[in-house]
Structure formats: structure tokens, C-alpha cells
Design a protein. Structure first.
Length: 419
């Protein structure tokens, strides 16, 4: 049976993950205003190559190009590279993540060397390549510690088992949100200047190294801008079954709601004109609608009228959508905030530093706002004060009842007069 190729990365959105991301986003907004967390984060990364067959190979040149591309994408937004026919009319705002990756065991800024890439033996067929845990256990059994202190990137050929889909599905990569393990299809490794050479047509626009950029985003707590179960194009965004996109939207507030991914978006799509005779920025059209053969552009969860009046268009050219590698150009401000906040709080997981200082819980301590981070403390304080007040009132009332009432001045005078 022919294997299907999709950019699915096995990432599942849960309520808990969404809540955590909203929290990260809120923190990110606070950190952005705090001078101590400005500057470039340094994150340690360790690369592994785990081939499935003897004829699979990955050159150091490709890994080196991938490392350079990862840094290029995470340090500055490349959105200016997108062809701009008219006005930049998208509501979303791109920003520089300012995250630098350096080889594990070296100092920030040091170059990647051939010896830094761990070359593992052939992966036995008993290892499930769609599960992070089983793959990680096997790598640990080979004598490599996948613990805290680096982002571990395993280049192999991941696939989802038949239990997930009707057939075995090859995937470009996957990552567990908030974890420090990303599993990447080795055929995607490279950069625009050094694309991975492959004879597979489905990889031709996914061979410039942006799969790792996407999966590393998941490791740093980023979500997809669309729900796991895609909403039919004709179904309203507020209708039944669409709750998930509303919740997803809360984690990327500078992105318009998306019913589905922009899977299939190609570089050529970015130059298509918007229909309707209005010279708006063509970067806002819904590429997925074009991909399924509908000629009229469709604007995510907005009607065409709302699109032209409100100018809130879809922004499919960021790393967390499912566009092809040439269309992935940057991170949105909310995504940058989320990742930087995650690093401030959990940076030690990735061996991260900022201005030479190790990140983690200690760095966060002074910044925590007790009212925000520990609302239960204030609930207890308010409760104790309320109970104390009630007891004081009760005591006063009882005391007043016990004491005989003091005679008023008129009564005292009357008493004196009667004597
Ligand atoms: Zn993903």
C-alpha cells in the first residue's frame, strides 16, 4: 500500500496544554516589559541521526545547514522576504524570537562540528517511531542521556502507526509540547541554500529545514493556529463543534481564527491575486481553500465582507501552520512571548541562559506577582480577615448584652433629683 505523506506532527491539543499556553502568554507579556528578560536566549541543542536502513545517510553538511537555518529562523523574522504586491494588511504582527541555539557541551556562539552529531546504530523495527517515549528509551539504552540540559533533536524517519489512520502514515516530525525532544524526518534536514536532496515529490517543498523550526516551536509550548479536527469550510466558526478553534485562538490572539491548516500552501500561492478587484495584500488569502480547488478566496472564519472591511486576514506564513517550507517566514508576537516566557520559567530543561545567567525557577522568583500566581493565598487572607471581623462583632454584641446598660444623663439627673 502506498504510504501517505502529511505534515502532521502528532501534536495533540488538550485543555491542560491550552491552559498552560495561555498562562505562558500572560507571563510573556509581563516579561516583555521587564528589562531583565530582554536580549537573546541561548539554548543548547544536541543532534542525533538514527537511520532505519543501511542505505539511509545524512551528511554533516546537511546538519550544519539545518543548524544555521534553525538559528536564522529563531533569531529574526524573515517576513520581509514574502512578495508584497500592495499593502501589508494582515492583523498579525511578526516579531524576532531572539533565541540562539548552540551545540550541547560547547559555549554559546561556538560552531557545530562533525563530532557534535551523534550517529546511532540502525533503529530496530521493534521501536515505535510514532512514540517519543519508546524512541527515547532506545536511545538512552545506547548510552546517551536525553535528560535536561539540551533540546534533543533526533533525525530519523518517523511515522504514525496504522491504529491512528487507515494506513501507516509517514510524517515530517513530531514533538511533545514543553518537552526537550523533537523527532524530525531526516529528509527535511537542510536550509533554503542547502535543501535536502530527495527523490520523493512530497518532500520537495518540505526539505529546507523548517520542520525542525516548527517542532522546536512545539517544544517551547507553541500550538497550531487551527484545531486538531478541521472545521468544514461551510460550517460557521461559532457553530457546533467549533469550540476548539475559539479556545485555540485564545493562545494566539494576534492570529485570526482558522478553521483548518494551510496544508498545501506553496511559495507560488503567495503571489496569487486576491479576487474581487480590491488590491489588498494577497498574503491574507486562505491557501487551504485554493488547495482544495475552490477558486474564490475564503477568509478563515470571516465572511468576505468582513474581510474587506475589517482587514483581519489569515496569516498562513508562520512556522506553526502547515505551509510548505518556502512559505514559513516568521513567528508572531504572541508566539514569541509564549516561547520566551517558557524559557524564563523552564530554561534549565534546555540548558538555556540569558546574558550568561542560567534560567529556571530562580530567575523567575523575583518577578512573580503573588496576587496573580497564588490567588489562593489571598483567598485565605480575605477569609481570615472576614472571620476575624465576624468574631469581633459577635464578641462586642455579647459584651454589650452582659453589661447593664449605662444610665443616660437624663436618667442620672432624674435619679439625683429623686434622691
Ligand atoms: Zn505541529
Amino acid at each position: 500500500m502506498e504510504k501517505q505523506m502529511v505534515r502532521r506532527c502528532g501534536y495533540a491539543t488538550s485543555d491542560k496544554a491550552l491552559r498552560a499556553t495561555v498562562e505562558r502568554l500572560r507571563e510573556g507579556q509581563r516579561y516583555r516589559e521587564d528589562g531583565r528578560f530582554q536580549g537573546t536566549f541561548q539554548v543548547a541543542v544536541r543532534y542525533y541521526f538514527a537511520p532505519l536502513a543501511a542505505n539511509q545517510s545524512l551528511s554533516f553538511h546537511q546538519v550544519e545547514a539545518q543548524h544555521a537555518e534553525l538559528n536564522r529562523c529563531y533569531q529574526a523574522s524573515l517576513v520581509k522576504e514574502i512578495p508584497n504586491n500592495s499593502v501589508y494588511d494582515c492583523a498579525s504582527r511578526f516579531a524576532d524570537a531572539q533565541i540562539q541555539f548552540f551545540p550541547w557541551g560547547k559555549a554559546p556562539g561556538e560552531a557545530l562540528a562533525e563530532a557534535d552529531v551523534v550517529r546511532l546504530p540502525l533503529v530496530p523495527s521493534t521501536v515505535n517511531l510514532g512514540q517519543a517515549n519508546t524512541l527515547a528509551s532506545w536511545i538512552q539504552a545506547q548510552g546517551y542521556d536525553l535528560g535536561h540540559g539540551a533540546l534533543h533533536v533526533v533525525f530519523t524517519e518517523p511515522s504514525l502507526p496504522r491504529s491512528h489512520y487507515s494506513q501507516s502514515v509517514k510524517i515530517l516530525g513530531f514533538a511533545v509540547p514543553g518537552s526537550n525532544l523533537a523527532v524530525i524526518n531526516f529528509k527535511t534536514v537542510g536550509s533554503p541554500s542547502v535543501p535536502n536532496l530527495t527523490d520523493l515529490p512530497e518532500f520537495q517543498e518540505a526539505n529546507q529545514g523548517h520542520t525542525l523550526v516548527h517542532e522546536a516551536g512545539h517544544c517551547l509550548m507553541l500550538q497550531h493556529p487551527f484545531p486538531d479536527v478541521e472545521i468544514p469550510l461551510r460550517q460557521p466558526c461559532t457553530g457546533p463543534g467549533s469550540e476548539e478553534i475559539q479556545r485555540t485562538h485564545s493562545t494566539v490572539p494576534d492570529l485570526p481564527l482558522q478553521k483548518r491548516s494551510n496544508l498545501g500552501l506553496k511559495a507560488a500561492d503567495l503571489t496569487l491575486a486576491v479576487q474581487g478587484g480590491v488590491a489588498k495584500d494577497n498574503r491574507g488569502k486562505d491557501a487551504s481553500r485554493v488547495a482544495v480547488g475552490l477558486s474564490v478566496p475564503y477568509y478563515g472564519c470571516l465572511t468576505q465582507t468582513q474581510h474587506f472591511l475589517g482587514h483581519t486576514l489569515e496569516c498562513p506564513w508562520h512556522y506553526m501552520d502547515y505551509g510548505s517550507d518556502p512559505t514559513m517566514k516568521g513567528f508572531l508576537q504572541s508566539q514569541v512571548d509564549t516561547m520566551r516566557a517558557h524559557l524564563v520559567k523552564h530554561g534549565s530543561v534546555y540548558g538555556a541562559t540569558l546574558g550568561g545567567q542560567t534560567l529556571g525557577r530562580l530567575a523567575l522568583r523575583n518577578l512573580q506577582d503573588p496576587a496573580h500566581d497564588h490567588p489562593w493565598i489571598w483567598a485565605i487572607v480575605v477569609g481570615v480577615l472576614f472571620l476575624g471581623g465576624m468574631l469581633w462583632v459577635l464578641w462586642k454584641v455579647r459584651q454589650a448584652r452582659r453589661q447593664p446598660e449605662k444610665p443616660t444623663r437624663e436618667e442620672q439627673r432624674a435619679q439625683r433629683d429623686s434622691v
